[in-house]
Design a protein around this ligand. Structure first.
Ligand code: ADE
Length: 369
């Protein structure tokens, strides 16, 4: 990685202003900076959007997906036609929504954003979809939460560009068919298995699985975000954040912001040691496990003798939603090799027990022989 990624990048005028109020950490104390205006403070409120890449060239990682999308988009542009419908799936925080925004930007078109749970009735979908302009993108997040009645109306809309609406009830009911402008549906889900196969098959532009990032990619993302936040961060500190980021950009940016807060309040530089202190305070351990992950694993080890334990039993024992366990905790724990999903339930691994410093349950040791 080129070292200039780790250097501050501010316009000369900004640099001058900032120099007056910055300590050795390169971070401003907001209160001491009279020139920090409301607009800048508001920008901080919506930091996650500020950190989002706005061009494909800025988007780090997911190389295979980017390369496929580039071809799809260029071909669509050359034919002067909207790209075909696209589905992104994979764990939360990996950049599905960001990719949708980048596609809209690349196609120079508007994107209307909604989500599965927000479209409760067929009428909700009809109102969103009939308000699209030719070439627009409709982004539906959490598409696995669309109900079946809405899904059935979506099929012909995706396939033939028509909306079949039933008006009235009983014998007097009739169907009207509305022609839709050509549009692209981009959908995202963390739960591909919950999508019906007819819906999945209608994403004719491609179904793309986002992968966890490598530590090096996350390091680059942290360095880029630090630059945008105008926070000086050394290489060791960026590496430490990457190590504990669950290979997930959203988590990495969250940890960076919390470490920046810590350094600011302690009036110190954003060094590896400060990152370690800040993340220890948050309870994020050296492998990126949060207190809730550890609680989950320790419960399986100690309350359920290592498992297998069913998802609903685990959910009741932890007072945690099944969907949170499945979508937030499990993908990373499985990726680490700390948890296994078997047909009889969840099982903790020996590797997890070692990391947590808990005794390996007898049932696991027996399985080894
Ligand atoms: N911020 C969040 N995700 C990112 C990515 N994939 N590349 C660059 N910056 C990001």
């Amino acid at each position: 990685m080129s070292s200039d990624i780790f250097m501050k990048n501010a316009s000369p005028t900004k640099e001058k202003t900032a120099a007056k109020t910055k300590g050795k950490n390169g971070l401003e104390n907001p209160k001491e900076n009279p020139e920090r205006n409301l607009e800048e403070n508001l920008k901080d409120t919506f930091l996650d959007q500020t950190l989002r890449p706005s061009r494909f060239e800025e988007y780090i990682g997911q190389t295979a997906i980017k390369n496929n999308l580039k071809i799809l988009l260029q071909a669509a542009k050359e034919r002067d036609h909207p790209p075909e419908h696209i589905l992104f799936y994979g764990p939360a925080g990996l950049g599905k929504t960001t990719l949708a925004h980048l596609i809209a930007k690349e196609m120079n078109t508007q994107m209307k954003v909604t989500s599965g749970p927000a479209i409760e009735k067929v009428g909700d979908l009809a109102s969103v979809i009939t308000n699209l302009n030719a070439g627009d993108i409709l982004f539906i997040d959490e598409i696995h939460r669309l109900n079946r009645a809405v899904e059935e109306v979506l099929y012909p809309a995706m396939e033939s560009g028509v909306l079949d609406i039933i008006i009235g009830k009983g014998p007097s009911a009739r169907t009207i068919q509305l022609e839709l402008p050509p549009f692209t549906l981009i959908a995202a889900t963390t739960r591909i298995a919950m999508l019906s196969s007819p819906l999945r098959s209608r994403f004719s532009g491609g179904v793309f699985r986002l992968e966890f990032y490598s530590e090096e990619e996350i390091e680059k993302i942290v360095a880029r975000s630090a630059k945008i936040l105008e926070a000086e961060i050394d290489k060791g500190a960026a590496k430490e954040i990457a190590k504990r980021s669950r290979f997930t950009p959203r988590t990495a940016n969250y940890l960076l912001k919390r470490a920046r807060d810590f350094a600011q309040v302690k009036r110190t530089a954003l060094t590896e040691q400060i990152v370690e202190n800040a993340l220890d305070l948050l309870g994020v351990d050296s492998m990126g496990l949060m207190p809730s992950d550890r609680h989950l694993l320790i419960s399986i080890a100690e309350k359920f003798q290592g498992g297998p334990v069913g998802l609903n039993t685990l959910s009741a024992a932890l007072s945690e939603e099944e969907s949170t366990i499945e979508e937030v905790h499990e993908p990373y724990l499985i990726r680490l090799g700390f948890l296994e999903r078997t047909s009889r339930g969840r099982v903790i691994t020996e590797k997890a027990c070692k990391h947590l410093g808990v005794a390996t349950p007898a049932s696991l040791s027996e399985k080894l022989f």
